[in-house]
Design a protein. Sequence first.
Length: 174
Amino acid sequence: MFTPFRSSLLTLGLSLLTATTAQAQAPTARDAIPEKMPNHILYGAPISLERADAVLTAAISESKARGWAMNCAVYDSGANLVTFKRQDGAQLGSIDISHHKARTAVKYRRNTLAFENGVQEGGNIYMLTLDDVIASRGGNLLLDGGKIIGAIGCSGGTGSQDDVVSKAGIAALK
């Protein structure tokens, strides 16, 4: 038997379905189709051990000058570890995080700050579902001639401290 209560529920259900369908079809900023691919930076030859060591030396030097104990890793353009250093007293959990930051930067052709901003400011939580992503600054690309030759990842302090140390390493490439 069809009662007024059931009729009201049916009407409410249809209204919700219509509203949900309309919302699902409304375009959002994520639906925009850019003219060019974002972060389409070409991969170059892998960074040499000599250059990777220079990057790491500069990063560790900056860290020491500021009194911050850090873990720093340099990965090549194929997302393979080239060199790593852990300062005395650096947080153990940050060993893997430094590796993760460098690897993420290389794999996704962007500094890890982009992921942090996307999650923190843009509400793009979906970024955390991507394989091997870390949404924390301190992972930065190493470029030569506009091509990715690797990345440095630093961890052990705050995100901003990690980023300062990482960028000091990048400066050694210039």
